[in-house]
Design a protein around this ligand. Structure first.
Ligand code: SF4
Length: 491
């Protein structure tokens, strides 16, 4: 029998073929030396890999090595590997004659099914909504015969409410795993590597928050479905200063480590709906994230040309400032940005709206290089991988692909953040003010962004109204002068 080589994001049982198959796992220090990852991300990945090796026992050959090549090119075993999750890793595997490359696992839609779907559309109008409906039908998820459960495909309009007027959603915190001796060893090793000057990390160390084993991942899934899913959805686009987790599942981390399969995840959610334990709007919103968005992003990563990652249609050329790159939240006065950076420093995780409408929005408004922003998101988030971050940041967040993924730039001023969060009341800035000492950096940044990109966005009907709004701004010159002097300083 061949030995299954598994990468650090292929750790679930579905990445091997049977209970006896021997496994190869390579822990490469060079991966951490090359890039400055969040400390808790490095911890999570190493902990998950070492836990998997411990579970597999003698079935697993676990090698600590500088590079993959040192191990893979010198093993006597016949190796097979499931389709890796980055172009670089795929190139490496394809360059090895003795390694058999298998189809991808851990996604709800296979590459063949995605190809059939795009071929049927001649590669045009590849809308996420259509892709998601097709996946629901094919997988028979939330379907009543040929009709969508609840009578509608999409419950988004019920899932976009602003936050309630209270400091938290008032629901139980997520379930947290307990660290064990493997975590202790990981912490010890990371401390030593850092002390030796071998690697450097971003963010704070802290208790491991995310599942590192299949058992923990199933526990986290069960806990979410039972206690938090019924509250998921309604406020999924809202932000609360003292409630970082709200009703989000936090399951992206174990799913992206390969510890949970997305289809089993949505089946559990559907069971809760069928048992009347969670409303359709919650379950549909969650299902859309898991077999809709997650898979759509995965397939776009492979479907787009290799140079997609370096697209920069808005010509953004400013380097990421140090305060942002290093999560220096203490020197940021803007309440929303400071709080979100602090959460990233503390946990390596914030939910999709702070990522998109605070961090990504600020980066795009200020013309930061999309490739640097992508790299930062990849390194700073526990669930960030190349396939996740390239489409999400280049396409969705920075509009650097010129509209392949998003129909308009996700740019918003302070009014948006004020409506969807409780940050502004605590802030030294005023979301309604564009110019002056208390001018909200998001509001001013929004107009400066539109002004700078006016010609490039002129043909986009979805942004026509705000572009017209620019002409009505009497203080535009003062605003542009103010923003040019603010430059890359922390707001
Ligand atoms: Fe953020 Fe502006 Fe609101 Fe302050 S006023 S919290 S900077 S949106």
């Amino acid at each position: 029998m061949d030995r299954r080589w598994i990468f650090g994001d292929q750790l679930g049982p579905h990445f091997t073929d049977d209970a006896d198959q021997p496994v190869l796992l390579v822990e490469s220090r060079a991966v951490f030396r090359r890039r400055r990852f969040h400390r808790q991300k490095a911890h999570l990945i190493l902990s998950a890999m070492r836990h998997r090796a411990a579970e597999l026992g003698e079935r697993c050959r676990y090698v600590e090595s500088d590079t993959y090549a040192e191990v893979v090119d010198h093993t006597r075993d016949r190796l097979s590997v499931c389709h890796p999750t980055s172009h670089t890793a795929l190139d490496f595997v394809r360059g090895r004659e003795r390694v058999e490359l298998l189809d991808a696992r851990g996604y709800a839609t296979s590459m063949a099914d995605f190809r059939a779907w795009t071929d049927a559309r001649n590669g045009k109008r590849l809308l996420m909504e259509d892709f998601y409906r097709e996946a629901r039908r094919r997988l028979d998820v939330l379907m009543d015969g040929t009709d969508p459960a609840g009578g509608k495909w999409n419950f988004d309009h019920e899932n976009r409410e602003p936050p309630p007027k209270q400091p938290t959603l008032g629901i139980d915190e997520p379930w947290w795993p307990a660290e064990d001796e493997i975590d202790e060893q990981v912490r010890h090793d990371l401390d030593r590597w850092e002390r030796d000057g071998d690697v450097a990390f971003l963010g704070e160390d802290g208790p491991r928050r995310f599942a590192a084993t299949r058992t923990e991942a199933l526990h986290a899934l069960r806990d979410f479905v039972e206690h938090r899913l019924p509250n998921f959805g309604r406020h999924e686009d809202a932000m609360l200063r003292t409630d970082s987790w709200m009703a989000h599942s936090l399951l992206s981390a174990p799913m992206n480590l390969g510890l949970l399969d997305p289809v089993e995840v949505v089946h559990r959610a559907e069971e809760a709906y069928r048992a009347s334990n969670a409303p359709i709007s919650s379950v549909e919103g969650f299902t859309r994230q898991v077999i809709g968005w997650r898979d759509y992003v995965w397939h776009l990563y492979w479907q787009q040309p290799r140079n997609y990652r370096s697209r920069n249609e808005l010509g953004a050329t400013t380097n990421l400032p140090k305060w942002f790159a290093e999560l220096d939240h203490e020197h940021v006065d803007a309440a929303c940005l400071s709080d979100v950076l602090r959460d990233v420093a503390r946990h390596g995780w914030v939910h999709h709206i702070p990522r998109l409408m605070v961090l990504g929005n600020y980066a795009m408004q200020h013309g930061w290089r999309p490739a640097q922003v992508t790299d930062w998101f990849h390194r700073a988030f526990v669930d960030g991988y190349d396939w996740v971050m390239v489409p999400n940041v280049v396409g969705m967040s920075q509009y650097a692909d010129g509209g392949v993924m998003a129909t308009k730039p996700y740019a918003g001023g302070g009014a948006y953040i004020d409506r969807m969060s409780d940050y502004c009341g605590e802030c030294v800035y005023n979301p309604k003010v564009r110019v002056g000492d208390d001018a909200c950096p998001f509001t001013a940044g929004y107009w400066a962004f539109l002004h700078r990109n006016r010609d490039k966005l002129a043909g986009n009907q979805r942004i026509a109204q705000p572009l017209h709004g620019l002409d009505r701004l009497k203080d535009l010159d003062a605003l542009l002068e103010q923003e040019s002097t603010r430059g890359s300083r922390a707001p």
